[in-house]
Ligand binder design. Structure first.
Ligand SMILES: Nc1ncnc2c1ncn2[C@@H]1O[C@H](COP(=O)(O)OP(=O)(O)OP(=O)(O)O)[C@@H](O)[C@H]1O
Ligand SMILES: [Mg+2]
Length: 501
């Protein structure tokens, strides 16, 4: 059977002003009915810009978009939606304070939606929610997991009658089993005739799930091919990378830097952390792994001082820090990378400079007698950006104009640049292209010579790739410890979650 192209992008170009960044300089892409298409490329290659153009959020300077063979001119997302094209954002766009139900209809007039037959529409929404296992329609979005939020976004798109679904890094915050469920859902949508385009940095994942792969490099389509004709090597090379083995410098393990004893955290009646004890020594990178939100991320929030434990104590270099403020802990050399970076780690209205200096601007020598030394702060920022290869035009540029991966790099750079003794990081490599993932792994190796790291994750590959020792969490309890050396593959993490300590 001949495949049917539903959407086509031809020689699309886009430059952002006033910076003059050429995000797209010749992008081509065809999406077919009933198929899954993966879009890959290094951080800043133009992937998000491309899908935003397809979704009517941005207009191309040059080039054409065809839908069902006819040229279209999308001025707004509504124009794209009228053709059934909907974008699920890299940073989900739901309103936390509203319920799932309210979010499903946000910004849409129920009259339009129900104009045919209200009863029938309600039945269909019921069926859809069942299919997506969206049961808690009355729950506040703030109380949902990342995977659940994503489902709400997808449901929103489908309720509107999407036949082309664009997903910008849908797996960036998902754990292994959540990821699998998302892909099952995408495959079932494909069977109903949807065309699905998803952006990812994971080449294996793209080759496994997608029917076709397109690679963007510096704004140009350099590869577009059926997955059956591709292999990992070819895709990585098209992205402009050489595949490399991660370096394995053996660091000596030194004195104990962190000790936690009997830490318990309760929210309401729920036990988020249940008598967790552990110790980390200088030279170690320790993973905290759970399949979903099993307390591993909450533990890091407690360690940096964002939340108070219900009981238990935290010692850092023999000093009891349980009662210290975040600033006091940071001064001791503890750094933190939160899970939801855009909401918790950045001031999106601020410049790159303002975001880069948040941890230091109140400290000497950057502040003296209440005055800030802007020259020094600028120098500090430029050195940091250079060191971590954050691509920018100027430090005064608004931080929100950086690509998703460059934002991640900026946050990691800000934390690592200060040479912390203890790095607390949630999902540090998610959203980064493979080259930067390797680079972060190298930086963690360097950190070992003077400090240690705790990595909270629900991604088995990440835990395996970065950590020497992985502590398995399940429902707030520390279940067991795995030493990664000599273990064949990340899959053992899944099987070990169910076991007892
Ligand atoms: N609104 C904007 N204003 C100015 N520059 C922008 C804007 N959006 C993106 N850019 C720039 O365009 C280039 C491409 O960005 P884009 O977000 O499309 O990359 P990406 O491939 O999605 O990268 P990542 O993998 O890091 O998410 C980057 O250099 C980015 O800084
Ligand atoms: Mg992006």
């Amino acid at each position: 059977m001949r495949s049917k192209v539903i959407v086509q992008l031809l020689n699309v170009q886009k430059t952002f002003h006033p910076s003059g960044v050429r995000a797209l300089r010749g992008a081509n892409l065809s999406l077919e009915v009933g198929s899954i298409h993966a879009l890959l490329g290094a951080n800043g290659a133009g992937k998000t810009t491309l899908v935003r153009i397809l979704a009517g959020e941005l207009q191309p300077d040059v080039g054409k978009i065809f839908v069902d063979g006819k040229v279209v001119d999308f001025r707004t997302p509504k124009d794209a939606m009228r053709h059934g094209i909907v974008l699920v954002h890299q940073n989900l766009s739901l309103v936390d304070e509203l319920t799932v139900f309210e979010n499903l209809f946000l910004g849409r007039e129920p009259r339009r939606l129900f104009f045919l037959d209200k009863k029938k529409a309600e039945d269909e929404i019921g069926k859809l929610c069942e299919k997506l296992s969206l049961v808690a329609l009355n729950k506040r979005v703030a109380d949902l997991s990342m995977a659940e939020k994503q489902k709400v976004e997808i449901a929103r798109a489908l309720i509107f009658g999407a036949r082309v679904l664009l997903l910008d890094e849908p797996t960036a915050y998902l754990g292994g089993s959540e990821e699998e469920r998302l892909f099952e859902l995408l495959v079932s949508l494909k069977r109903t005739g949807c065309a699905i385009l998803f952006i990812t940095h994971d080449v294996d994942q793209a080759l496994k799930i997608a029917d076709r792969v397109t690679v963007l490099r510096e704004g140009e389509t350099v590869l577009s091919e059926e997955t059956s004709k591709l292999n990992v090597q070819r895709v990585i090379e098209a992205m402009g990378f050489r595949s490399s083995e991660p370096s394995s410098v053996c660091a000596q393990v030194g004195e104990e830097l962190l000790r936690i004893s009997d830490l318990t955290l309760k929210t309401g009646k729920r036990l988020v952390l249940d008598r967790v004890s552990l110790s980390v020594r200088q030279g170690e990178t320790v993973g905290l792994f759970g399949l979903g939100n099993d307390g591993q991320f909450d533990l890091l929030e407690v360690l940096i001082g964002l939340r108070n434990p219900s009981s238990g104590r935290i010692f850092f270099q023999t000093c009891d820090i349980t009662q210290l403020s975040i600033r006091e802990r940071r001064r001791l050399g503890i750094a933190y990378v939160p899970k939801d970076r855009l909401k918790e780690a950045l001031n999106l209205e601020g410049s790159i400079l303002e975001n880069a200096i948040v941890n230091v601007y109140r400290e000497k020598p950057y502040a003296k007698f209440g005055l800030l030394n802007w020259d020094l702060l600028k120098r500090y920022t430029l050195d940091m950006l250079k060191d971590f290869e954050v691509k920018t035009v100027s430090v005064a540029q608004p931080v929100r104009t950086l690509s998703g991966g460059n934002l991640q790099r900026l946050i990691l750079a800000r934390e690592l640049f200060q040479r912390p003794k203890l790095l607390l990081a949630c999902r540090p490599t998610s959203g980064l292209d493979v080259r930067v993932q390797d680079y972060i792994a190298q930086r963690l190796q360097q950190l070992k010579s003077y400090g240690c790291a705790l990595i909270a994750t629900n991604d088995a590959e990440e835990a395996f790739g970065l950590c020497d020792r992985i502590l398995i969490f399940s429902k707030g309890k520390l279940k067991r410890v795995l030493h990664t050396e000599g273990l064949a593959e990340p899959a053992v993490l899944f099987s070990s979650v169910g076991g007892e300590a």
